[in-house]
Design a protein around this ligand. Structure first.
Ligand SMILES: [Ca+2]
Ligand SMILES: [Ca+2]
Ligand SMILES: [Ca+2]
Length: 409
């Protein structure tokens, strides 16, 4: 809980709980929780493992619950999301990096589940990296199930690396048996404007941009617009109608700023705002830009309402990782910004994670973060990966960081 955190928590000793892995399980773990089921994804081990509380300071073997999703797909577990009905797992490097997305339905409580027991959507072309990010979006086709928004940030369609995003309505999957299906058979593709845009480097479906009652899709293309980067929105109504009309664009204002590399919505006292990461801005120091939603998008360069940067001069790529969520149950989102490439003291890329409390919005935001978590040894890369997940199922998310243990240096 941010209010109770020290200003500079130690990433390990101040943690409420820590789960230790092994060298073979890699570093980039993700945590997902839904209705009391907690999953830890380990892409280096190509698996997803269910764990059960209580979580103290334990090894993974202590908390593993017996359900393991296992796959031959390289990088399986890079992303994991779940609903009452589904567990959805991305493997963007599978199949010469065409990428796959595996959808598990009717999961057992325990046992090793092979990839044959999933509906597996396969990327269109080697190099697309389909499944790099997956978002669950509000039901628009009326079957009560979430729609899927799936990124393929290095997709090549008409031009190399223009990037793309697949919109996959749940109703398009209903009658399919388990097995492999090309994603193009079930999804609607939105692509970048030009080659090299990398559209889909970030994706979001939690904002209703045009206030018509249907959430819209917002996507980032950090290398588009001749290197300035852009973000673009697509009306949820047009996605429902199957036409997917791209609407307004906001351009970045700094060359090589990586504007739109990250996107999150931020619940504040007066509205839902948009947070945009621009990790390359200010010659690589990085920025996070905050926009109020009315009007969110105009064509061209719109000024942000607030621009955040780190006050530490050795912070690098502030905003390379960005997430938002309510850690203290006051209904307001905390803003959580990673700067894992930062040197701390003499420790190269020890990394930094900065947290702003939601209740301080907006006046105190520019005065510096409320909490700064810093790495304690070189190459620890604090802030590179975080997950927000309600693992104790009390309605409030916890913050999980995946860290390289000191003895693995
Ligand atoms: Ca649906
Ligand atoms: Ca809308
Ligand atoms: Ca809060």
């Amino acid at each position: 809980m941010p209010n109770r955190w020290p200003a500079s928590p130690d990433p390990l000793t101040d943690a409420t709980s820590s789960i230790r892995g092994a060298v073979s399980l890699g570093v980039g773990w993700r945590v997902s929780a839904h209705n009391g089921r907690t999953l830890v994804a380990q892409p280096d081990a190509q698996r997803v493992v269910a764990i059960a509380p209580p979580f103290g300071n334990q090894t993974l073997a202590d908390v593993a619950q017996g359900l393991v999703l296992s796959s031959l797909d390289v990088s399986f577990g890079t992303t994991v999301v779940q609903t009452d009905e589904w567990v959805v797992v991305g493997a963007p490097e599978a199949g010469l990096s065409a990428g796959t997305v595996s959808i598990y339905r009717d999961l057992p409580q325990t046992g090793v589940v092979p990839q044959e027991d999933a509906l597996r959507l396969t990327g269109a072309t080697p190099g697309d990296r389909t499944g790099t990010s997956i978002e669950l979006c509000a039901d628009t086709d009326g079957d009560g199930l979430s729609e899927l928004l799936i990124s393929a940030p290095t997709l090549t369609a008409n031009s190399p690396l223009q990037g793309g995003v697949w919109w996959v309505p749940s109703s398009s999957l209903t009658n399919l048996a388990d097995g492999s299906v090309p994603i193009a058979a079930v999804g609607l593709l939105l692509t970048g404007v030009s080659g090299g845009d990398r559209l889909g480097s970030s994706i979001l479906c939690t904002l209703d941009v045009d206030d018509d009652g249907v959430n819209d899709v917002v996507v980032g293309a950090p290398l588009g617009a001749s290197g300035d980067g852009y973000i673009q929105w697509i009306s949820g109504q047009t996605l429902r109608d199957g036409t997917a009309t791209a609407s307004g664009i906001v351009l970045g204002s700094s060359s090589n700023g990586w504007f739109g590399g990250q996107l999150r919505s931020l619940r504040t006292v007066d509205d839902v705002w948009l947070a945009v990461g621009a990790a390359g801005a200010n010659n690589g120091a990085g920025q996070v830009l905050l926009y109020n939603p009315t009007p969110l998008f105009t064509t061209g360069r719109r000024r942000p309402n607030t621009t955040l940067s780190s006050l530490d001069s050795d912070t690098r790529h502030f905003g390379r990782h960005l997430t938002t969520g309510d850690l203290d149950a006051d209904g307001l989102d905390e803003l959580i910004v990673g700067a894992s490439d930062s040197t701390v003291g003499d420790d190269l890329t020890a990394g930094r994670l900065l947290v702003w409390n939601g209740q301080d919005w907006p006046t105190a935001l520019i005065d510096g973060a409320d909490h700064v978590v810093e790495g304690r040894h070189a190459f620890e890369r604090v802030g590179r990966w975080t997950s927000l997940a309600d693992t104790d199922n009390n309605g409030t998310v916890e913050l999980y960081m995946s860290l390289r243990a000191a003895e693995l240096q």
